[in-house]
Design a protein around this ligand. Structure first.
Ligand code: ATP
Length: 224
């Protein structure tokens, strides 16, 4: 801001914008990341995909690091940064990660660099993280909007995971066991800004879109 900004409250919006030498940079800093959390199979990726289709220029999805093996078709740098345990642990120790979590015996994490590369493009950062990650992100100064995607029931969650055909019997059971704890966390007051029950996909997506248009993209103008 310029040296006269102590009187900004008396200025018109136009004048305020004119006195900010690098408004786009400051405006981008004001964009709060949008964090998705929910049990595996609750539909986070499905909802995020629709959101990205509807708002192709507004969001950038952070690419997480993981020590798990790539699934068929997954591309390094696009779906995940595939890494090994020693490398990621060293980077975490150096403070290069915003959040990390161990899930199904693998480490997952989001690096500061992954977030910054999205912000540099002037986009809202999208993150898909588990509840340990949500706790960690909330401790940073990123001030995220947090959305919890809730499955309609454990029975339906199991059906969807079976139908997706990505899990072994063992990993399916682990995911279901985690889901119970995650749902309790999701429904705990104040953990999330929005809880979406993903029963009917169109209805769930409409709820998400309304929230995004109203709060997340609306938050761009909080500077004024
Ligand atoms: N409302 C819905 N009704 C029926 N099936 C759904 C619905 N939403 C998502 N699905 C299906 O459920 C499966 C799990 O969804 P998705 O992969 O989006 O979950 P996820 O939360 O991203 O899981 P993960 O955390 O394991 O990546 C997918 O096959 C998806 O097509």
């Amino acid at each position: 801001m310029c040296g006269e900004c102590c009187v900004c409250y008396k200025m018109s919006i136009h004048e305020i914008l004119c006195c900010v030498s690098d408004f786009s940079k400051i405006s981008n800093q004001m964009l709060r990341p949008l964090v998705f959390c929910g049990p595996s199979g609750s539909g986070k990726s499905t909802l995020v995909k629709r959101l990205m289709n509807d708002f192709p220029d507004k969001f950038g999805f952070t690419v997480s690091h993981t020590t798990r093996s790539p699934r068929p078709g997954e591309i390094h740098g696009k779906h995940y940064y595939f890494t090994d345990e020693r490398t990621i642990r060293q980077a975490i120790e150096k403070g290069e990660f915003i959040e990390h979590a161990v899930f199904s015996s693998n480490i997952y994490g989001t690096s500061f660099e992954a977030v910054e590369s999205i912000t540099r493009q002037g986009k809202v950062v999208l993150m898909d993280i588990d509840m340990q990650g949500v706790r960690q992100v909330k401790k940073t100064n990123l001030n995220p909007w947090c959305v919890f995607v809730q499955p309609p029931s454990i029975t339906e969650l199991r059906k969807r995971l079976l139908k997706r055909k990505t899990e072994s019997e063992e990993s399916l059971e682990r995911r279901i066991a985690n889901a119970r704890e995650e749902i309790a966390f999701g429904l705990q007051a104040r953990n999330f800004d929005k809880v979406i029950v993903n029963d009917n996909l169109d209805k769930a997506y409409k709820e998400l879109k309304d929230f995004v248009e109203d709060k997340v993209l609306g938050s761009r103008i909080t500077l004024m």
